[in-house]
Ligand binder design. Sequence first.
Ligand code: MRU
Length: 355
Amino acid sequence: MTGNKKDNNIIQSIQWIDDHIRILDQTYLPEREVFLDIYEVGRVWEAIRSLRIRGAPAIGIVAAYGVYFGMKGFEEKSYWDFETELKRTCEYLASSRPTAVNLQWVLDRAMRTAHAMREKPTIQIKTQLLRQAMAIHEMDKQICAKIGRLGQDLIPDGAAILTHCNTGSLATGKYGTALSIIYHAHFAGKKIHVWVGETRPILQGSRLTSWELLKSDINHHVIADSMAGWVMYNKQVDMVLVGTDRVASNGDTANKIGTYGLAVLARHHGIPFYVAAPLSSIDMSLSSGKEIPIEERDGEELRKIGRQMTAPDKSPVYNLAFDVTPHELITAFITEKGIVKPDFTQNLAALFQKK
Ligand code: MRU
């Protein structure tokens, strides 16, 4: 859909410029658009860890550049020294956030690429790591556009869609996953309305998704997370559409905390619940969601909003960043290779065989 007039306002939150990446620092949104130039792996780690850049595909993209930054200064030695250092760099980047499998997917690819080039001078391997990062970045834009085009067929004209967290251009190379579907329905001229769950505690919904929707003139309302059940009860929601950080091979889906609750509510109210998932977010090595590592974040995220205390300083906090929605609650996955309905164990496996 590039070239469409309405496409002009879709931002790209990660750019490669000459010898570094420039990211839109999401911790300042929606108040200010602050860009950050990153030249080294430590800064990539910090940007992922502190959610300056976030969303599973975007984390993968910047990590791919991070691998290159980590290795570019490596002095010419034996390949095996190079591989040891590369492994150390990948382990370091993997430690930034555990749940999104896209990160591990990118790091595994870097290790495999280097190993396949082990007979070549390390300078060539470094160049290839950069090319690979650029290719992953570019491919993500195309995958997101494809998910958007395929998924928008599921959205009837006039539909009201409830979404959670931010799954848009900020979270990917461009367009997003679940939000790409919303963008593409809008590009197709459908009149849609989006309920944007605020997504406590970091407010990716109210700070980021509404910021993106506003830029593209897409009709929406921000709601408190606790209002989701009530809009469903009042028949104001036709579908729930979310993204994911990791899907197990049986379809169990990790996504931003609160997603599970929305899926239960959707089932209770007979509303379809869709997950937009690039193949890079599907982890076929896991048999169920029980094996997905769930990130626990600092309690300060719940005790404060800015300088304002929202809980007593001394109250213990349990702050999981993600939950896992059991596959039985999911209507279908929307991937770049098509829409996948149950039986997920069988149909996700078939997806990976598909050309
Ligand atoms: O903690 P975040 O903001 O990185 O969590 C992001 C999500 O849960 C998204 O829904 C998911 O990564 C998909 S983004 C296309």
